[in-house]
Design a binder for this molecule. Sequence first.
Ligand SMILES: O=C(O)CCC(=O)C(=O)O
Length: 267
Amino acid sequence: MSYFKLNRKEITNYKKDGYIIVRGFLSKEEVAKLSKTAFGDENIKNHAFELNDKTGKKTRLTEWYNPQNDIYGMLARSKRMIESVDKLMDGDGKVCHFHSKLMQKQPKVGGAWEWHQDYGYWYKNEFLFPDQMISVMIAITDATKENGCLQVIKGSHKMGRVEHGLSGEQTGASEHYVDLALKTMDLVYVELKAGDALLFHSNLLHRSNANLSNKPRWSLISCYNRSSNAPYNESSKSSTVPLKMVPDEAMLEWELHDINEAADFAK
Ligand SMILES: O=C(O)CCC(=O)C(=O)O
């Protein structure tokens, strides 16, 4: 089987737009295995928590710091993943994992995410270099306008960090600056098929609507950092420990554990 390998044009587009979409990042077999595991995963369910959006709708997620020998860890540490994020963060080979989140937008109830930059959250952890932080969203189900897919403002990572404040239980970007960004740059609905990936810069403005459809919208988001970008206000050490890469075949061919407490779940 051949696996995704980032090319020069994709790197140029990432620098210009703040994101790239990779169709078929996972094969059909891989996404079927990931989806079967995630939907039936009692440990994921038991460690899930909910955040209210500003209208009081709840969005559910499970978050952890240490990628292990479970299916999520094999994906987060896979060669195609680590080599891609390494190149997009200008490549010193020392890619670390800040955290992963399994996003569980339930049909009819899954709340919205307000406009924000991931670095709007992570600035508070006192990471200093946003260019050294990147998120990768892997669609576990199809993501459409109807079930609340991600929306991004193309090129907004070039604005630098925008002021953020509380919005419901979330952190939201200044509405004034979001309005200005929307006047200036394009709004893109990132519709994905299960197995597609979105790789995006930590200063890219993004949001999503509530899931008012009758289909779930689940995704796995892994967030990466460089060991040279040590946070001054973060108790987890994962973001400065270079990852041990595993071969791309591991997800399908290796014997996998269940995710467990060693993953260090966020409360
Ligand atoms: O999955 C979503 O709808 C939004 C997630 C998001 O914006 C984030 O985790 O930063």
